[in-house]
Design a protein around this ligand. Structure first.
Ligand code: ADP
Ligand code: MG
Length: 907
């Protein structure tokens, strides 16, 4: 298969676009050269060459075109003057003049005229080998690597540098390396050694025979043409695989040596033979779609799966032609006529073919020579061809130089049709498929073996299972059989037992019916019954015994109880007796106190002579009365108390007040009361919390004795102004009121009344005292007619009235007397003339205080207090009170008005 295109119309797509040539002459008509008649004229004045008609400008402009052309490219290279020419031509100018920048060459016709030619490349005598390679050969080499055939050919007169240009090995100086060496370097650098292959053959054509330069024995190789494709090949030539540059250089050396040897043997010069190096490049195009698959775009899957690898086969032909000089047909210079004919044959055939191609002639005489047959693909074929024509500067060879130039000019018109040679690599596909098949076969065999093994294994396992199942079944069967047998035997023996038992039963029934056995049984039962009776009797006896014991215990307990009762009764009697005695003692003491008070008074009165004044003591609290009340033997008791107090300590005594034991409480409160009677102890008692304890006792205790003694102690403490406030603030008034309401004992009442009376003497506390029921409590206590109690009540009222009076005077009090408000007035009036003088005195004083303030007058008049005041002002034994009463009556408008109303003459 092949892809072909003409005039630079390379297909786009997977194919690599060829590196653009440095110039393009897209059509035959656009290429070519022209000659100018005047060497001094500018190109603009140049005339067209007769055959082409193209202009320089168009060709120059076309150089920048990137399109690819298949046209044969031609470069001209000028050799520098050699030593001989330097000498012999010293006086002459070169026959050519190069204009490399214009890619033009001027060939002198004579001293005043020259022809100008244009080439694809103009290489001066100074051009380096490297540059020559790059412009002449490199594009061809790249095409070859891309899969096209390529040709690089040198044409020129002997000695102008064809071999120098193509075949220099550059062993001494690498810069000298020629096109062959450089081309192989590029090829080796580009290919992939694993996939691609390079092989080389090297031969020469001399007198229409082909000699293998790699094997001198091989001296007449025939050309084989493929009848279908027309491809030519030299199957007889030695081909050497090239892997590295070193082996290639060796090959060239060998070839050169053989060429020299062969020519010596043939008695000729190497310039008479054409040398050809053929480099075969084979590259696989894996990894990129080949031109084939893109042609049949809809290839089936199977086709894809078995798509054979594609290889591209291309070859590079480097041709070092024989010298182009005309050989004297006369056979001079030691050439036979035959040889001359032969040599000329190949070159002239090449010239003819090129002419035919250049002129697009229908017939191209390719078959005229072996050279043209071998180069069939290079000119007018599918290869990319680059020709370098070599010329010398000497004017002596002007004719040869001109003919060389003309050859080049004609060759530039040859248009090739580039083709890629791709083929399916069926061999490698077949190898691959074969390998795959072998693999599959092996795999299949392995699988079959595996299946077989599996089947065998499964069969074995099944066999084992069957055997096991059979065994298990047999065992189970045996077990079932023996179980049934055992059950059967058991059933038999049970039936036998049952039968025997039935038999026995029948026999027993028979025996029971006999008398003997019955009487025996009765006797036995009797015996049992007797035993039972005996044991019952024993138990009954035991119970009786225990009952007796219990009665005895009860009797002794009752005796004990009556004894206890008796003792209790005695104790109570004793208690009663004691209480009675105490009461008697108290009464006696009171009488004694009263007597002593009266005696006192009498004594004082006596001391003061006939005018008896109200003693100041009436205003102040009464003296301590606990001693009299407790009545114990005076100083002796006091001394023992003090002793006790010192021994035990106040705190301890106070703590005993809270004792659970009533007796202890009583004793303790007595001690405290005794202590409180001494003014010296009062402060200490209060500080130690004694007052609080005493008040607590009033609240918590139900014992009247305790109430009495505690109230007495409080009364004593209440003589002090500070203590009075404390008592009030700690709720003392209400406690005393409650106690007063509950108490029966006159002595208790006396103590409570005394305490309240003391508090009544404190002016500051009056409203609070009255507010908390103090006055009412006082009045309530008169239910007890005991003169001692009444005396304390009277004292309290007197104290209250006196303080109130003071408040009136000071202006801090305005309303009616609280005593009047609380209803004390009737009692005051009733007792104003009480036979007991302490009572009488206190009340008289109270009346005087009340009467001093007009606001109270009306009420006083209402209850008859006026009469009592009149009496007092007339009869009172105490001067001061009598005077006070008189002054009050006379100064009060209300009283005066009343007296007037009643027409009593007063004053
Ligand atoms: P041809 O192969 O065309 O007969 P050669 O390549 O053998 O010519 O060259 C002839 C001589 O000229 C050689 O000695 C070669 O070294 C020399 N020569 C040719 N071309 C050049 C060049 N461009 N520069 C220097 N010397 C050259
Ligand atoms: Mg040569």
């Amino acid at each position: 298969m092949s892809v072909s295109y003409r005039n630079g119309t390379l297909p786009k797509g997977p194919l690599k676009v060829d590196r653009p040539l440095s110039m393009n002459l897209s059509t035959k008509s656009s290429s070519g050269s022209f000659k100018s008649k005047n060497s001094g004229h500018a190109p603009a004045s140049a005339t067209r060459r007769k055959s082409t008609g193209s202009v320089v400008n168009s060709a120059v402009n076309a150089k920048d075109d990137n399109s690819v052309s298949g046209r044969v490219r031609v470069a001209v290279r000028l050799r520098p003057r050699n030593a001989e020419e330097m000498e012999s031509d010293a006086d002459f100018a070169d026959c050519v003049e190069l204009q490399p920048e214009l890619k033009r060459l001027k060939l002198r016709r004579n001293n005043w005229d020259s022809d100008t030619y244009e080439f694809d490349e103009v290489l001066t005598e100074f051009s380096s080998q490297k540059r020559v390679y790059e412009v002449v050969a490199k594009p061809v080499v790249e095409s070859v690597l891309d899969g096209y055939n390529g040709t690089v050919m040198a044409y020129g007169q002997t000695g102008t540098g064809k071999t120098y240009t193509l075949g220099r090995l550059g062993e001494e100086d690498t810069a000298d390396r020629g096109i062959m060496v450089r081309a192989m370097e590029d090829i080796l650098a580009e290919i992939t050694p694993e996939k691609d292959s390079i092989s080389v053959s090297y031969f020469q054509l001399y007198m229409e025979s082909i000699q293998d330069l790699l094997n001198p024995m091989n001296d007449n190789i025939s050309i084989v043409e493929d009848p279908k494709t027309g491809d030519v090949s030299l199957p007889g030539a030695t081909t050497v695989d090239i892997r590295d540059q070193k082996s290639f250089l060796e090959l060239l050396r060998v070839g050169e040596a053989h060429r020299f040897a062969a020519n010596t043997k043939l008695n000729t010069e190497s310039s008479r033979s054409h040398a050809m190096l053929m480099v075969h490049v084979e590259r696989s195009v894996k990894g990129r779609d080949s031109a084939i698959s893109s042609e049949n775009g809809s290839a089936s899957h199977t086709a894809k799966a078995f798509k054979p690898p594609v290889v591209r086969k291309s070859k590079l032909v480097v041709v070092d032609l024989a010298g182009s000089e005309r050989i004297d047909k006369s056979g001079s210079e030691a050439h036979t006529l035959e040889e001359a004919k032969s040599i000329n044959l190949s070159l002239s055939a090449l010239g003819k073919c090129i002419n035919a191609l250049a002129e697009n002639s229908a017939h191209v005489p390719v078959r005229d020579s072996k050279l043209t047959r071998l180069l069939r693909d290079s000119f007018g074929g599918t290869a990319r061809t680059s020709l370098v024509i070599t010329i010398g500067p000497s004017p002596r060879h002007r004719g040869e130089t001109a003919s060389t130039i003309m050859f080049g000019q004609r060759a530039m018109k040859v248009e090739n049709m580039l083709k890629i040679k791709e083929e399916f690599d069926y061999k490698s596909l077949s190898r691959r498929l074969e390998m795959q098949l072998e693999k599959q076969i092996a795999e299949h065999e392995r699988q079959q073996k595996g299946f077989k093994d599996d089947i065998e294994r499964i069969t074995r396992e099944a066999q084992i299972r069957i055997t096991e199942a059979e065994k298990g079944y047999a065992e189970a069967l045996e077990r079932e059989r023996s179980r049934y047998q055992n059950d059967y035997m058991d059933a038999i023996s049970k039936l036998e037992e049952q039968w025997a038992a039935n038999k026995q039963k029948q026999e027993n029934e028979k025996a029971k019916s006999s008398m003997l056995s019955a009487s025996l049984e009765v006797a036995e039962l009797k015996k049992l019954f007797e035993n039972e009776t005996i044991s019952r009797k024993v138990a009954e006896e035991e119970i009786d015994n225990l009952k007796n014991q219990l009665a005895q215990w009860k009797r002794s307990e009752a005796a004990g109880n009556s004894e206890i009762l008796k003792l209790r009764k005695m104790l109570e009697d004793e208690k009663c007796q004691k209480a009675k005695l105490e009461e008697e003692i108290a009464v006696l003491r009171n009488q004694l106190m009263q007597l002593s008070f009266e005696a006192d008074e009498t004594r004082r009165n006596l001391d003061r002579g006939e005018t008896v004044k109200l003693p100041g003591t009436l205003d102040s609290p009464i003296p301590p009365f606990m001693h009299q009340h407790l009545g114990d033997s005076g100083n002796g008791e006091k001394a023992s108390m003090a002793k006790l107090f010192e021994q035990v300590g106040l705190q301890k005594i106070l703590s005993l007040l809270e004792s659970e034991d009533a007796d202890v409480q009583i004793h303790a409160v007595k001690v405290v009361a005794n202590l409180a009677a001494e003014e010296a102890n009062q402060e200490r008692i209060v500080k130690a919390g004694g007052l609080k304890s005493l008040l607590t006792l009033l609240r918590s205790s139900n014992d009247e004795t305790i109430h009495r003694v505690a109230a007495g102690a409080i009364a004593n403490l209440a003589m002090n102004e500070t203590n009075q406030e404390l008592i009030m603030s700690q709720g003392g008034i209400s406690l005393l009121s409650i106690t007063a309401a509950k108490a029966e004992d006159p002595q208790t009442l006396r103590m409570v009344a005394g305490a309240i009376a003391n508090l009544c003497g404190n002016e500051k506390l009056q409203p609070k005292l009255r507010g908390e029921g103090g006055v009412k409590a006082l009045l309530g206590m008169v239910r007890c007619r005991h003169p001692d109690v009444l005396a304390q009540v009277a004292r309290g009222i007197a104290n209250f009235a006196k303080c109130e009076s003071r408040a009136y005077t000071q202006g801090s009090k305005t309303g009616k007397s609280l005593l009047i408000e609380d209803g004390t007035l009737p009692w005051i009036v009733q007792n104003a003339n009480n036979e007991a003088s302490p009572i009488r005195r206190h009340i008289e004083l109270a009346l005087c205080h009340l009467a001093q303030h007009e606001i109270n007058a009306k009420d006083m008049i209402k209850v008859g207090a006026l009469w009592e005041l009149v009496r007092i002002s007339r009869d009172c034994s105490r001067d001061d009170i009598r005077t006070l009463a008189y002054r009050t009556l006379t100064s009060s408008p209300s009283f005066q008005a009343e007296l007037k109303r009643l027409r009593i003459d007063y004053g």
